[in-house]
Design a protein around this ligand. Structure first.
Ligand SMILES: Nc1nc2c(c(=O)[nH]1)N[C@H]1C(S)=C(S)[C@@H](COP(=O)(O)OP(=O)(O)OC[C@H]3O[C@@H](n4cnc5c(=O)[nH]c(N)nc54)[C@H](O)[C@@H]3O)O[C@H]1N2
Ligand SMILES: Nc1nc2c(c(=O)[nH]1)N[C@H]1C(S)=C(S)[C@@H](COP(=O)(O)OP(=O)(O)OC[C@H]3O[C@@H](n4cnc5c(=O)[nH]c(N)nc54)[C@H](O)[C@@H]3O)O[C@H]1N2
Ligand SMILES: [Mo]
Length: 759
């Protein structure tokens, strides 16, 4: 199997490589932001829009899920948030004339970058069976087509309802309600590919699948460990929080195979002094081998156990379960094995240990570098063991901090977007709405792809996102999607999922975060939950991208009426006209949302309860915080192979490509690059600037190939390589997933490099 670099694309992928940058943000970032924003929005709209981002009377930045501090800056956004906003608030438009000019067969040959750059979609579009072009369609007809396909299924479980994490609480609640009233729990979401491993590990060990710290805690910590995360690019506002923490005395360790710019040095664009000087944020950088984190934390745990007085014995006794079994496993941790698994020096681990022991309040932050491996759940459980040992859960300045991706991915889960809902949630839904929701579990992302491939699922409906672009094993996934009878995408911008379709396809254009939302009941707002469990309102203020756009809640409400018909007792029309009526229902179904409509009027919103954080109560199966004792794992690397991680450049938002540069890593003008340690590259016969095909090797014997990557000699950990997603998704086998969470293992792909016939 091979993925061809997209042809017919006016943009040439011709990477230029310079030295990686040592500092993140600062003046170059501001200039870059304004250039990108003005290209999309023009000058006046840029100012009007950016000043509303993350303000109490404005809209939630669609960039990431990092929380806002209670005291806001005038410019409460970052370079990459501004790019995300600019992409959405762009003045470019994709109209029916665009589709008339470009047949789907042509669009299929375009890159995701080109597709996204065409602008906002303005009308519902329909691709009939066998047609060459999408054509404009009325909303009524669009919903009738969907109803016809859905009601024609032999079981509701033949339909899949995907959600990407930008969807508001209101829309997400309606979407899961509709799916369950229709009769299925098939609610795969982007979280399945993202923090599912965190959710799985935290639910089992602490009883709540979310982070336990607030911004305030970060400022009070003595030690913050940032593992498997690149905040300089993906959560830039987190750097300001880390800087503040550092000023109040916190020390920072980063654990990463790559020396990422933001943690090495940060120039705070929100303070004049910070902008000029910049400060090294991390005191210790552990340049770990990909997948070595479980081994690292296991050994640290052994060393803590061996240090007199280092364990918080009262906490362990009163609040935890499983200590003995865990301690026995930890005591068996082996120095040599750990050094091999991590690629670290003994002295580095000893230095980390000293910092751990000197800290009374420790927080561990992590993102995709920990969640997308086969042994991710075991790795995160080990992080929990590490924190429990010294009582670092449920008190100020300490705790677990999985840093979420999409701006409302955490809220969508809270609203019930989950293929394995708890019985308590379904009971509450049943009581409130008077129908019997299906009780058997539904399908996650990977199972959904298999079901499409095997003809078991026939209708695919996406509330946002770019399913074929974001999922693994591109060729398998695309072939699977083409087998569907109908694919439907509620979208703002064009992407690959609109051109790799089922027999029939629909694109339903929707309002974005920055668009004003007026319904019969007046001007509406929606709500979101950030990475730290704070719920707040989001109000768009721009005239919508087109007169025929519908909001996401309106789309679900009309879809439900078309599909469920008069038999449904749910007041879908009221929900569409006044979102407060949705919030009244959420208040009665979802714990922590009592009196939602009143509490949401508080500027800045409110915090959801979190039992471990608030009262050291652990709602697990044992009623205690659980220590666990999984065997230590780390990826095996055959001779002459590299372990490839697929990650984000500085100029992309997941599958949305903003540009072809990755400024902090010194790369310009192209995305088909593979970063390899110079010694490894030379040993394999690749000088800097030569070209290689990446060939993934997996036990199914299928050869997966991504051709034509420029080799970049780069200071990554030995044996490791890095290349951008989604270009490399073709290399990630569908069946290579994390144990328990079933998250694609897109950060540990065994590859070999082959000389590329062409540059
Ligand atoms: N601008 C921008 N912002 C974003 C996004 C975006 O695409 N663009 N995406 C959003 C989303 S959905 C998400 S989930 C987050 C993602 O945020 P991140 O998780 O920061 O994103 P990645 O680029 O996948 O980076 C993974 C990091 O983990 C490191 N890493 C890889 N493997 C390992 C390992 O085995 N161990 C350790 N310790 N480190 C490892 C990599 O070197 C890299 O620094 O960002 C969100 N914010
Ligand atoms: N190899 C590899 N694969 C990965 C990852 C990786 O690190 N490596 N990361 C994974 C992760 S962490 C994630 S979260 C997934 C992301 O998977 P998705 O969430 O499915 O993908 P996105 O690229 O964020 O989706 C972009 C599309 O969303 C639509 N959109 C944008 N805003 C809105 C809106 O307000 N409403 C609606 N309805 N649509 C909107 C636009 O049409 C846009 O084209 O990818 C995963 N895939
Ligand atoms: Mo994500």
């Amino acid at each position: 199997m091979a993925s061809k670099p997209p042809s017919g694309d006016p943009v040439q992928d011709a990477p230029q490589v310079g030295a990686p940058q040592h500092a993140a943000a600062g003046l170059p970032a501001i200039g870059h932001t304004l250039r990108v924003a003005q290209r999309q929005m023009g000058v006046a709209r840029t100012a009007r829009t950016l000043l509303k981002v993350n303000q109490k009377d404005g809209f939630d930045c669609p960039g990431c899920a990092w929380p806002e501090a209670d005291k806001r800056h005038l410019a409460e956004f970052c370079e990459n948030g501004a790019k995300a906003v600019a992409e959405e608030a762009t003045l470019r438009r994709v109209t029916p004339a665009f589709f008339a000019a470009h047949p789907v067969s042509e669009l299929e040959g375009r890159s995701g970058y080109w597709l996204g750059q065409q602008g906002r979609i303005t009308e519902p579009m329909y691709l009939p069976e066998g047609a060459e072009h999408y054509e404009a369609v009325s909303w009524e007809r669009a919903f009738a087509i969907i109803a016809e396909e859905l009601t024609g299924l032999s079981s509701p479980d033949e339909a899949l309802f995907y959600t990407s994490g930008r969807t508001s609480n209101e829309a997400a609640f309606l979407f899961q309600l509709f799916a369950r009233e229709f009769g299925t729990n098939n609610l795969p979401d982007c979280s399945n590919m993202c923090h599912e491993s965190s959710g799985s590990a935290l639910t089992e060990t602490l009883g709540v699948g979310k982070g336990s710290v607030s911004l305030e805690d970060l400022h009070q910590a003595d030690l913050i460990i940032v593992a498997g995360q690149n905040p300089g690019t993906n959560h830039p506002r987190m750097l300001s929080a880390l800087e503040l923490a550092k000023q109040s005395g916190a020390r920072i360790i980063s654990v990463n195979p790559l020396p990422e710019a933001g943690l090495k040095r940060f120039k705070n664009p929100q303070t004049p002094k910070g902008m000029l000087k910049g400060a090294a944020l991390n005191e210790l950088f552990l340049q770990i081998r990909i997948g070595g984190d479980q081994a690292l934390f296991r050994l640290l745990n052994r060393l803590v156990l061996e240090t007199e007085g280092a364990v918080d014995e009262a906490f362990v006794r009163e609040h935890t379960h499983g200590f003995e079994e865990f301690a026995a496993a930890a005591r068996a941790a082996d120095w040599d094995e750990t050094l091999a698994a991590t690629g670290l020096e003994r002295s580095e681990i000893e230095r980390a240990l000293r910092m751990v022991l000197e800290s009374e309040r420790t927080i561990v932050c992590w993102a995709m570098g920990l969640t997308q491996h086969k042994h991710s759940v075991a790795t995160i459980r080990e992080v929990v063991n590490f924190l429990l040992l010294r009582g670092n859960v449920g008190r100020p300045g300490a705790g677990v901090c999985p840093v979420r991706g999409h701006s409302n991915v955490q809220g969508d889960r809270t609203m019930g977007i989950f293929e394995r809902p708890s019985p308590a949630f379904l009971d509450a839904l049943e009581k409130e709405f008077g129908f019997a929701p299906p009780r058997h579990h539904g399908m996650d992302v990977v199972r959904s792809i298999r079901a499409l491939r095997d003809g078991e699922a026939k209708v695919f409906f996406a509330m946002g996102g770019n399913f074929v672009g974001a999922t693994p094993d591109t060729e398998v996934t695309e072939a699977a999607m083409r087998r569907a009878r109908l694919t439907v995408h509620v979208s703002t911008k064009l992407n690959r999922s609109h051109v790799v379709t089922g027999r029939r396809a629909l694109i339903l254009p929707t309002l974005g975060r920055s668009d004003k939302d007026v319904q019969r009941g007046g001007k509406q707002f929606v709500t979101v939950e950030d990475s730290m469990g704070l719920v707040h309102a989001s109000r768009g203020n721009l005239p919508p991208a087109g007169g025929r756009l519908l909001s996401e809640p309106a789309i679900v409400a009309r879809l439900a009426r078309a599909v469920l018909g008069p038999g449904s007792r749910t007041p879908w029309e009221d929900f569409e006209h006044d979102y407060a009526t949705i919030r009244d229902r959420i208040a009665r179904v979802v714990p922590g949302f009592e009196d939602f409509n009143r509490r949401i009027t508080r500027p800045g919103g409110f915090a959801l309860p979190h039992a471990p954080r608030d009262e050291r109560r652990f709602p697990t199966a044992t009623g205690k915080a659980n220590f666990t004792a999984a065997p230590v794992e780390y990826p095996e690397l055959p001779e002459g192979r590299l372990l490839l991680q697929t990650l984000r450049s500085h100029d992309q938002y997941n599958t949305t490509i903003y540009g072809l540069d990755d400024r902090y890593r010194g790369i310009r003008g192209g995305r088909r690059v593979v970063l390899v340690h110079p010694d490894d590259a030379r040993a394999l016969g690749f000088e800097d600037g030569t070209y290689a095909d990446l060939v993934s090797e997996w036990k199914d014997g299928v050869e997966r190939r991504a051709p034509g990557f420029r080799v970049v000699h780069y200071p990554t950990a030995r044996g490791c390589a890095a290349a951008y997603y989604p270009e490399t998704n073709v290399l990630v086998p569908l069946d290579a997933t994390a144990d328990t969470s079933n998250t694609p293992a897109s950060k540990s792909v065994v590859v070999r490099l082959e000389q590329s016939p062409s540059a």
